[in-house]
Design a protein around this ligand. Structure first.
Ligand code: ANZ
Ligand code: ZN
Length: 802
């Protein structure tokens, strides 16, 4: 009887007591399989079950294939929910987080995952964030961390900075107040220094899904074009623009500055335009970048009363400010070419501005003086050359990627190890004083700047340089920093002297298989790649990409919709485990869909998996003594051969499907067929015990990565010792795959009318003869005229009759 309630805790305890999945350094080839670590919300959801089940099959399979497998788990445990819980329920983020970790860990353990828990990391613990701070200082020392004033979304009522995603329709998502733009000093990491190499190296990522690579490329957003200076009439100032289309420069009919552009204020000061410009700027403040640049947003702006000179043809053109030009892209100023740019065209139509085409339908230049008649591609180069010669412009490359703003006005994050001194300015905390620990005496009001400012004991310190009283940085780091290097810490989780040991990192990295949600396809993966490239430049590692292969798993849905509290369609993993056991839950998520696709939760499917496990149990129970088979593999009957064919082709198929392809669903269906075959074969009077032995041993080992508790239990049941996770993955017998008889389908006019069992090396002519000689077929075509007979070798014969 299959009693999962007894089996699952038994094996989980045994694995833990015997340290079955502890990683010891040895000479076996390494394999590092990693699932994205969870945020400790307190409860696992089906997405976790799916993610971690996939990773666990890979880990167990590779271990059985002779690899030394590193399969760790930990917690991405800084972040806003802990702070919100503190505000809402008055529970300290530290306590809330640690309790959640404890709970979630127990839940994960119920799933029977083969983690080496000795390597557990939690980003909120001082022994982890000490090294996050150390890395921050390394970036700082290399000039890759810097402070800059910038416009951020600010909610005047919550008195806090908001991320772009927290601004909805110009309002704070929490309190609905109108959001404004505020100029604040913030810390940045200079990821733009690595834009080009981050882009180039995407081509090395052969093991990544194409769609993720495309997303990364678009995010980096490289554009090749030119910068050019336009003189402002009556001013000694020049307006620098960025364009990807220098070939359209004779078609410029107006200029546009971002409303926040540094020249705007000065250009309108004291003029009749000042008022309107101010009003427009106020209006713009409430719009996020996403809204401003959306194609659905009406292009709007105001004339600022000034003119530029087109450096190519000397024409005077008006200057506007408009919502669709962003201050921090390119130069924050554009030359507008309404004839060839949709946004400019919409704007020009609205404000009755000229539209001058400069390229005709055959891509030939028009209205462009000496460039007329030239192909526009050539004109691109020639015009850039002309600008360069006149020293008013040059070819440039522009990236959409911006530097990474890492300051957060939050408590529950890694403190930035910087001190501000009136005399010395910003001074890094000395290494021996790391970690800068989060204080506990903080007030959570949900308002104001970083809560750290409420802790006098934290804020007041002394300057590391001159020892005078100084204040600490009150912001904490973006939690994406914590997750940009955690895969390195697992390798050397207990190292007290450095973030990780270089030799060990060299041995284990890169991660051979990374598995996680596609929602991290851009930022987390890009930041981790950036970190690794910086660490390489710092001499801390010798590789340049962190993740060799990437699998992005699909979502778990219910009746086609994403599971969510608001829809009330959440299926709790704990309930499923309680009702059917973890092995059934695992089997279902692996069987119901290929990993990259979305998976629709269906209770019948779960029940089907549960019944299958029971069926396997009964089979092995009944046949377990066959492992002592004394008979021999000779004088094989047709049925013997068929059974062996199914056994060995299943081993082959499952092996192929798991390795590289993640075809867990097809692997499991092959296993189901094998179980059916064994049920059939055992009823055979002349069954051979040695074949049953082959069959049940194959079933038990193959099933074990998918349903590990069942695997172990059956392994014991058939009298074996030790853990099935430690044996070698079964090899298939090539000779069993060679069939000496094949089944040939006979069709009449395309309809299947019969089947023939023929020798495997039958010729085409023999197939046709046999088909026509078959009694049943003869009857069916009796009296009809045979037009032709077609034979597909080893598959079918089609007889066309009239
Ligand atoms: C003239 C022109 C003519 C343009 C034409 C495009 C088409 P990507 O490819 O995204 O780099 N642009 C430049 N800076 C901008 C800013 N800060 N905010 C909004 N738009 C900006 O796009 C570059 C093009 O977007 C530039 O080339 C510029 O318009 C505009 F037929 O210049 B173009
Ligand atoms: Zn000082």
């Amino acid at each position: 009887m299959y009693d999962f309630k007894q089996i699952e805790p038994y094996w989980q305890k045994k694995w833990e007591d015997e340290k079955t999945f502890e990683i010891v350094e040895n000479d076996k080839p390494k394999y590092y399989v990693l699932e994205m670590f969870p945020y400790p919300s307190g409860k696992i959801h089906m997405g976790h079950v799916r993610n971690y089940s996939i990773g666990d099959v890979v880990a167990r399979f590779m271990k059985m294939n002779g690899y030394n497998v590193l399969h760790p788990m930990g917690w991405d445990s800084f972040g806003l929910p802990a702070e919100n819980a503190a505000i809402k329920h008055g529970i300290h983020p530290d306590k809330w987080t640690k309790e959640n970790i404890q709970e979630m860990k127990e839940q994960l353990k119920l799933l029977g995952l083969s983690y080496d828990w000795d390597r557990e990391v939690a980003t909120c613990l001082p022994d982890y964030y000490k090294w996050t701070q150390d890395l921050f200082l390394k970036f700082y020392e290399k000039g890759l961390a810097y402070k800059k004033k910038s416009f951020v979304n600010w909610c005047p009522s919550c008195e806090t900075v908001l991320a772009n995603e927290q601004v909805v329709g110009g309002e704070c998502e929490r309190c609905d107040s109108a959001v404004i733009k505020k100029d604040l000093e913030q810390w940045y990491l200079k990821i733009t220094d690595y834009a080009e190499v981050l882009l180039q190296d995407i081509d090395k990522l052969d093991g990544w899904p194409e769609k993720v690579k495309i997303m990364q490329k678009n995010w980096i957003g490289k554009s090749t074009g030119a910068e050019a200076d336009f003189e402002i009439k009556g001013s000694d100032k020049k307006l620098k623009i960025f364009t990807t289309r220098p070939d359209t420069m004779y078609g410029v009919t107006y200029m546009v500055l971002a409303p926040e552009h540094e020249y705007v204020e000065e250009l309108v000061k004291g003029t009749e335009y000042e008022e309107a410009v101010k009003a427009f700027k106020t209006k713009i403040q409430h719009m996020s970048e996403i809204e401003r640049t959306s194609t659905d947003t009406e292009k709007e702006g105001v004339f600022i009363g000034q003119y530029c000179i087109n450096p190519l043809n000397g024409k005077e053109i008006p200057i506007y400010i408009a919502n669709y030009v962003m201050v921090d892209y390119g130069t924050g100023a554009i030359m507008a070419v309404p004839a060839h740019d949709d946004r400019d065209e919409e704007f020009a139509n609205k404000y009755k501005l000229d539209i001058v085409p400069v390229i005709d339908e055959d891509s030939k230049m028009i209205n462009s003086e000496e460039f007329n008649g030239m192909d526009s591609k050539e004109a691109f180069e020639k015009i850039v050359q002309k600008l360069e010669e006149a020293k008013i412009g040059k070819k440039t490359i522009n990236y959409r990627l911006r530097d990474w703003l890492i300051s957060r006005q939050r408590y529950w994050g890694c403190p930035i190890p910087i001190v501000y001194c009136d005399d010395c300015g910003a001074v890094p905390v000395e290494r021996e004083n790391l970690p800068v620990k989060l204080p506990t005496d903080v007030e959570f009001t949900g308002k104001g700047q970083s809560p750290l400012i409420t802790s006098e004991s934290f804020m007041n310190t002394t300057c590391p340089k001159c020892s005078k009283p100084a204040r600490r940085e009150m912001d904490t780091m973006d939690t994406f920093i914590d997750s940009s290097w955690y895969f390195l810490r697992y390798i050397d989780a207990k190292n007290e002297n450095e973030a990780f040991n270089k030799e060990l990192a060299q041995k284990w990295m890169p991660v051979d298989q990374y598995i996680g949600g596609v929602e991290h396809a851009i930022l987390h993966l890009l930041y981790s790649r950036f970190f690794v490239k910086v660490l390489k430049d710092l001499g801390m590692v010798d590789f340049d990409e962190p993740f060799k292969n990437l699998l992005t798993q699909g979502m778990v849905l219910k009746e086609g919709a994403k599971m969510s509290k608001s829809k009330g369609n959440v299926v709790s993993p704990l309930e499923i485990i309680e009702k059917y056991g973890a092995d059934t839950a695992r089997l279902f998520v692996l069987f119901a869909a290929p990993p990259e696709r979305d998976l629709d939760w269906a209770e019948q499917g779960v029940e089907g998996c549960y019944r299958f496990i029971n069926r396997v149990f009964r089979l092995i129970e009944e046949l377990k003594d066959c492992v002592n088979a004394k008979d021999e593999l000779n004088n094989l009957t047709k049925e013997d051969k068929q059974a062996r064919f199914v056994i060995h082709s299943t081993i082959k198929k499952v092996t192929d499907d798991i390795s590289g392809k993640f075809g867990f669903n097809t692997a499991i269906s092959a296993l189901m067929e094998l179980v059916n075959e064994m049920y059939k074969y055992k009823e055979n009077e002349n069954r051979k015990e040695c074949i049953l032995k082959e069959g049940i041993e194959a079933i038990v080992t193959i099933i074990s990565p998918f349903t590990p508790h069942v695997g172990e239990q059956l392994w014991t049941m058939i009298g074996k010792e030790g853990s099935v996770s430690e044996i070698s993955w079964p090899k298939y017998d090539e000779t069993a795959l060679v069939k000496d008889e094949i089944e040939v389908v006979v069709q009449i006019n395309g309809k299947v009318r019969g089947k023939l069992n023929l020798s495997a090396n039958v010729t085409r002519e023999e197939m046709q003869e046999m088909a026509l000689a078959d009694e049943k077929i003869k009857e069916l075509i009796d009296g009809k005229e045979i037009v032709k007979v077609i034979a597909v070798p080893k598959k079918l014969v089609n007889i066309v009759v009239k």
